[in-house]
Design a protein around this ligand. Structure first.
Ligand SMILES: [Cu+2]
Length: 176
């Protein structure tokens, strides 16, 4: 009976995978959950490509994303964007990205991102790019990023557009 049950649940699981949207998956390693994994498609010969994801720490201790690696590019770094002396710059983060206990940190356009430096092949919309993420406490996990169109705001553009932030604020902006 146990065997029959596990076979059945296996079939159901396969069905679930087949029915899941192509552009969403989530990854768990230890207390860390990763969602919204995506990268931007690149034109041929682009010198770099950006990768983005959201990390939630369900644990009671802080953790840290210390590295990202991939065979898809000559070099992979974790970058942050900052405004310094009025200029937007990006540079490798020192020591990784802290993920507070119970907290969520988004690597998103304009902030932290994974930088694929000198991609070995263009990132093609609809494809995937493999990446290994290493956390200080949770360890390493192999996963992939969904490649969205060039210039894409990400899998959840509505969340970034501030629709949840209240209508007053939006009306004020529109009047300016
Ligand atoms: Cu960068």
């Amino acid at each position: 009976m146990n065997r029959r049950f596990s076979r059945l649940s296996g079939a159901l699981f396969a069905l679930f995978l087949a029915a899941a949207p192509a552009a969403a998956h989530e990854v768990k390693v230890g207390a860390i959950e990763i969602t919204d994994l995506w990268a931007r498609a690149t034109p041929p010969a682009a010198p770099a490509a950006g990768g983005f994801l959201t990390i939630t720490n369900h644990g009671s201790e802080p953790d840290r994303l210390i590295s990202a690696a991939s065979d898809a590019a000559e070099k992979v770094e974790i970058h942050e964007m900052k405004t310094e002396n009025g200029t937007m710059i990006m540079r490798p983060v020192a020591g990784g990205v802290d993920i507070p206990a119970g907290g969520t940190v988004a690597l998103a356009p304009g902030g932290y991102h994974i930088m694929f430096i000198r991609p070995k092949a263009p990132l093609v919309e609809g494809g995937k790019v493999a990446v290994t993420l290493t956390f200080e406490k949770a360890g390493a996990v192999d996963t992939f990023l969904h490649i969205l169109p060039v210039g894409s705001p990400g899998p959840k553009p509505d969340a970034d557009a501030g629709h949840a932030g209240g209508h007053d604020h939006q009306h004020m902006n529109m009047g300016q």
